[in-house]
Design a protein around this ligand. Structure first.
Ligand code: G1P
Length: 288
């Protein structure tokens, strides 16, 4: 079955970006010249997905507004002759068919995904965490969809991280099937390094069967007292095969102020129109 829908959980409080996130959803903070959320939506679209379900929460209405047409702004830009900007503003509103569902209580990532159950329906779908921004020649989610079709089971993006960082991630028990694909024998959320089954950390991209919803309904609060997606995956694995996939590309963590700054620098250095200016600025700040 083809993957037609992506769920993007965007209901978190954005604690790491307070006080900014008192007034602005974290997902609208800019990475260079676009908000974080747009990178995820564009990756979904580049991977062949046309429907995006955003899980939001109270106070994050600006996320919906961002993807809605703004005729007054468009005619203002047109009158000023800013036609490229007008196009860009309009393009954002037609990237994908957007729908929204509100997570009423902050009960965790697994619960946020479960909130999208009715909008997803009875078909396999993608989950994308917008904090994880992936730079790659071929969209990471598109790579995973290919693995999903060749393996015929759910696929989770993974990457190797230093042992002392595993406690920030979900971690898999892998059985290598090739250089990039693993059969997953277990998953654990944020283990201490000495208890981690490997250093293969879950990155925020998943292709999941609809049975995950039943599993999430049965998932009890875990790490941080929240209903964790990883714990739902552990239940799913009792009846279904899951595969880990080491994607090609570079992941940036846009979920912390320092991570967002590093991601901005990496992107700016990779782009021709900004590279020279950023290199010059970095040089100016290096000790002589
Ligand atoms: C979430 C998931 C975790 C995964 C991570 C990837 O954690 O719970 O399994 O490794 O995203 O970014 P969070 O970063 O929300 O704490």
């Amino acid at each position: 079955m083809s993957i037609k829908k992506a769920v993007i959980p965007a209901s978190g409080v954005g604690t790491r970006f307070l006080p900014t996130t008192k007034a602005i959803p974290k997902e609208l903070l800019p990475l260079l010249d676009k908000p974080l959320i747009q990178y995820a939506v564009e990756e979904a679209v580049a991977s062949g997905i046309r429907e995006v379900i955003l899980v939001t929460s109270q106070g994050k209405e600006a996320l919906e507004r961002y993807f809605e047409p703004d005729p007054a702004l468009e005619s203002f830009l047109k009158d000023r002759g800013s036609l490229e900007l007008q196009d860009e503003v309009r393009r954002v509103t037609s990237l994908a068919k957007m729908s929204y569902v509100e997570q009423k209580e902050p009960l965790g990532l697994g619960h946020a995904v479960l909130t999208a159950k009715d909008l997803v329906g009875d078909e396999p779908f993608a989950v994308m965490l917008p904090d994880d921004v992936i730079q790659s020649a071929k969209p990471a989610l598109g790579q995973m969809i290919e693995v999903y079709h060749s393996q015929g089971g759910g696929v989770i993006a993974v990457e190797e991280v230093p042992r002392d960082q595993v406690s920030s991630y979900g971690v898999i028990t892998p059985e290598p099937l090739s250089d990039e694909v693993y059969r997953i024998h277990g998953v654990v959320e944020k283990p201490p390094p000495e208890k981690a089954p490997s250093n293969l950390a879950i990155v925020g991209r998943y292709i999941l069967p609809p049975e995950i919803f039943d599993c999430l309904e049965r998932t009890c609060p875990g790490a941080k007292g929240e209903i964790q997606l990883t714990d739902g995956l552990a239940l799913l694995m009792e009846t279904q095969e899951l595969y880990g996939y080491r994607f090609s590309g570079t992941r940036h963590d846009g979920g912390t102020p320092l991570g967002l700054l590093k991601a901005s620098l990496a992107m700016a250095l990779a782009r021709e129109d900004t590279r020279a200016a950023i290199l010059e600025t970095i040089k100016q700040h290096l000790p002589a």
